[in-house]
Design a protein around this ligand. Structure first.
Ligand code: 7TS
Length: 403
């Protein structure tokens, strides 16, 4: 993995006089040279608005952005490029769906999400239900950190219109039993939306195999710039949703009285998109495919196992969802009462180690586990065992100081 690390300039810097150990990848990943160069190249040679110019530069920018859409289509195995909508991140993708459903859901309908969600997969559904009168239900979270799928048969009825949950939990790193939930949801005629923010950076995602109606993710967690994201949707379902942002480029004909909308994907891409970001997202896809998703998954699996084994040997730590299927992240706490995750985070930061602490935008999970927050170490392809060894040293130091 040495040559991979060399592609990330930021990994050469020091933090608090120590080499940076970056273990906050679930918040955002660092960017490889390939992505940084795509950004520079865009502004040095290609910058123009897309889909609206007859001039050469505009056409070249349009081609580059649409090429990137094709790369994403191929990356997630979407049947059509127009099913790949460029958004500004997972939050934006989910809001696109919930706002689009405003005219479809009624007060007789139900929405099913889970207790293991990021706020961005809770709040928009609460807003939709408030707006439409639909009822919001939750798949419960067990103390073991996994969803109580045995409750599904009781929760899913012919009133359930959509089931939305994450592929991988950002707070606990748990991989959810997608197939089981999708099959049961489809059996009652419900649509399924998967929040793939924490899955896409770590594993091969095939939306046809998953057979979900929607798949949402962020570019910045998969080596692309912030302000990029994707919503994949099945064509016939996307066609039923109303666009939630109106403006230029999403129209067919505008008269003073009314507007007819453009077809997919442009109907949902009002205004000037993040052209540079979307092109750089294509470069991030290239970066990941050059390494290979299987290689990325295998490397991270070994690192997670190594970390879990090392942490398990330390007395006085609570590791959450310890035995669950896992990807990307490990959450833990020093067990002693009164020690907050942020105390540990500050000690680690003095050692140049970046982790996230707190509730990870998942307050319902924390309230279920009856804790204010956790320390979370989250991984990317450039992390190595040396990073883990430093983390373990830091955790032991924190235990000595606080435990
Ligand atoms: N869904 C999941 C599962 C996430 O992990 C995040 C961000 C989002 C949605 C929202 O993504 P955004 O790109 O629109 O902000 N998660 C985190 C995290 O765990 N730490 O910082 C951001």
């Amino acid at each position: 993995m040495k040559s991979i690390r060399a592609q990330f300039p930021i990994l050469d810097r020091e933090v608090n006089g120590k080499p940076l150990i970056y273990l906050d990848n679930a918040a955002t990943s660092q960017k490889p040279k390939k992505v940084i160069e795509a950004i520079t190249n865009y502004y040095e040679t290609l910058n123009a608005n897309v889909h609206r110019g007859i001039h050469t530069l505009s056409q070249e920018a349009t081609t580059a952005m649409e090429d990137a859409r094709g790369k994403v289509q191929n990356f997630i195995n979407a049947p059509y490029a127009h099913e790949v909508i460029f958004t500004y991140g997972t939050t934006d993708s989910i809001n696109l769906i919930t706002r689009g459903l405003e005219g479809i859901l009624t007060d007789d309908d139900e929405v099913l999400i889970s207790e293991l969600e990021h706020h961005s997969n809770i709040v928009p559904w609460q807003m939709l239900c408030e707006m439409t009168g639909a009822t919001l239900r939750y798949i419960p979270l067990l103390d073991s950190g996994v969803l109580d799928v045995e409750r599904l048969d009781a929760l899913l009825t012919d009133k359930t219109k959509i089931v939305a949950f994450n592929h991988v939990s950002n707070a606990l790193g748990v991989i959810n039993p997608v197939k089981e939930i999708v099959d049961k949801a489809h059996a009652v005629g419900a649509w399924v939306m998967l929040d793939g923010a924490q899955a896409v950076p770590h594993m091969q995602v095939d939306v046809q195999e998953l057979n979900v109606e929607f798949y949402a993710f962020s570019g910045h967690k998969m080596y692309a710039p912030t302000g990029t994201g994707v919503l994949y949707g099945k064509e016939d379902i996307l066609n039923q949703l109303k666009p939630y942002r109106g403006g230029g480029e999403m129209i067919d004909v505008v008269t003073m009285e009314k507007t007819t909308y453009a077809g997919l994907p442009f109907k949902f891409e009002a205004g000037t998109p993040n052209i540079c970001g979307n092109i750089a997202l294509g470069a991030a896809v290239d970066f990941m495919l050059e390494i290979g998703m299987d290689t990325i998954a295998q490397h991270e699996k070994e690192l997670l196992e190594y970390t879990l084994n090392q942490l398990s040997e330390i007395d006085g730590l609570e590791i959450y969802a310890k035995n669950a299927p896992r990807s990307g992240a490990i959450s833990f706490n020093i067990q002693k009462t009164g020690v907050h995750s942020s105390d540990v985070g500050m000690i680690l930061d003095r050692m140049g180690i970046a982790v996230r602490t707190g509730h990870h935008c998942c307050q319902p999970i924390m309230s279920k586990l009856d804790i204010p927050g956790t320390v979370r170490a989250s991984f990317a392809v450039y992390n190595n065992k040396k990073d883990v060894d430093e983390l373990i040293k830091g955790v032991k130091l924190a235990l000595n100081m606080l435990g």
